[in-house]
Design a protein around this ligand. Sequence first.
Ligand code: FAD
Ligand code: NAP
Length: 592
Amino acid sequence: MPPIENDTGKSELKSRIQQLIDSNQVVVFSKSYCPYCVKVSFRLQHSLFCPEDGTSYQDMLLEMTGQKTVPNVFINKTHVGGCDKTMQAHKDGSLQQLLNGENESYDYDLIVIGGGSGGLACSKEAAILGKKVMVLDYVVPTPKGTTWGLGGTCVNVGCIPKKLMHQTAMLGTAMQDARKFGWEFEETVKHNWETMRTAVNNYIGSLNWGYRVALRDKNVNYVNAYAEFIEPHKIKATNKRGKETFYTAAKFVLATGERPRYLGIPGDKEYCITSDDLFSLPYCPGKTLVIGASYVALECGGFLAGLGLDVTIMVRSILLRGFDQDMANRAGEHMEEHGVKFLRKYVPIKVEELEAGTPGRLKVTAKSTETDEIIEGEYNTVLIAVGRDACTDKIGLDKAGVKVNSKNGKIPVNDEEQTNVPHIYAIGDILEGKWELTPVAIQAGKLLARRLYRGSTLKCDYINVPTTVFTPLEYGSCGLSEERAIELYGQDNIEVFHSLFWPLEFTVPGRDNNRCYGKIICNKLDDDRVIGFHYLGPNAGEVTQGFGAAMKCRVTKEQLDSTIGIHPTCAEVFTTLEVTKSSGGDITQAGC
Ligand code: FAD
Ligand code: NAP
């Protein structure tokens, strides 16, 4: 029979297939000669359905399930997938549950705990694929009482307000540059914290509202309540008035994210703030001590200094642990040159209030990590940015049998984001050993839903994830740090090409001459493939994104050399890198 092409024929075929799925406990669409189909039928002890007009059936099944290959297995109206997925389901016990009809007795096909970057992406995608989905999101107030709306860390207390405040700081620099370009303005330039905070928070409010609307449009049931497991398939949801409601689901996705860690020293929770409080702080923080030296500390310290505040950063050991240290130190030096003070090799031991107020006055006592020296300092605000703890300890994971790494509260998963309990998955910041970045959580959530409900096999690729630290001079990277490349391949087997550069926009104002820097690390054993990309300069996110794509395509040094640059830009430096680090050659840039 020829393939069905007209619309009536197609819709008849669709309802024929749907009827088969609805009226049989097990349906295996197959081809009589396919060994995988025979394997599956043997496992299910069920005969195969081999339609005569197989191509039309396969085309329609592709439309309905995202899977064209056979066998294509349905049990109790649930799409299981092909041979591998069926065997996996047999192994993890979910096949038996489906055969027992256990999926039918649940309130939801999927409950997602946490409505942040990962949870929202996953729940929306599952609902688009026709599943009955609930997402629960609840923000436990900070010790200072700060709370926020739907959308998780990124939107409310992370990427979005951070980047907007970084932009505010950069506008300050742009205004200074503007005078050199001939702009004349008489009045003294000053910044108003309240105006910025209100504008940023109004924008966040519009995003919170947008997320609610998107969930409603896609028929995801959003509940503003705190979720915890009480059984493997059952959760308790407690809303802000303390009302408890119980829900069950066939599958769960954990996407509860992280919250800032405190120091556990006297005065930390009483007098200090974290990034969870900073972006909605009702008053200008004034003279600020930032404790910590990673993404959050350097970004927040950087924009506060850019607003004209007196900022000190207390560093326990090194800047940006895990990042290329040459780059991290260059980013730090630039901050130091622009007025940020660094107290290196100190940790705080006590914070006392000298005077209450908005802001008040605090006394911080710290001790050296190398000697017995004790130092004291006075600040208006102390911002703690010493890392984040996974929100996994109070969600009843023991009741569900989910294994957690007891040292850091992170959840180990396999390469399909599945925990040790087959029907419970986890994504985003709570995963062990994965990147803590918004696009990573979103990608993992979306692909997980497609694998669960559309027969897709595509997994989240956690390798070569591009990222940017929004320090005053931004730092973008993708792939390996120089230290890690040496560790993995040996010094002799890598070649580092590098250059300083002076962005054209900096020349007329005469600032930061040859402070920007580009570097690639190439693997000599593999065709000089670029295994590390590092950029310190303006618009690092925009520059790094494209090179991230190139690295995904396994770009080599030769291909970069044959790429024609866009002039005059900063990114073009990567098309003309000639000096190797090992040569010790001059890398300053004289002109274009
Ligand atoms: P989250 O977005 O944290 O969402 C988890 C949600 O679950 C939260 O709303 C939480 O309240 C809720 N929840 C927790 N427990 C429960 C429960 N039991 N019941 C119901 N709800 C619960 N990433 C970038 O890519 N770029 C950046 O520029 C960037 N900047 C950042 C700046 C700062 C200051 C911070 C702190 C982070 C930044 N990040 C950035 C990281 C990014 O925000 C996270 O990687 C991302 O939000 C993780 O998403 P998630 O879904 O795992 O968790
Ligand atoms: P982090 O990367 O875990 O770094 C914690 C920092 O605090 C380190 O510098 C650490 O120093 C220091 N520290 C820890 N305990 C301390 C103590 N007791 N006293 C003093 N210092 C202490 O944490 P983070 O900056 O909060 O970032 C969390 C995650 O959020 C990041 O991994 C990142 O993925 C994500 N994020 C991304 C962006 C972005 O994409 N631009 C921005 C912000 C956050 P040591 O090195 O000595 O341990």
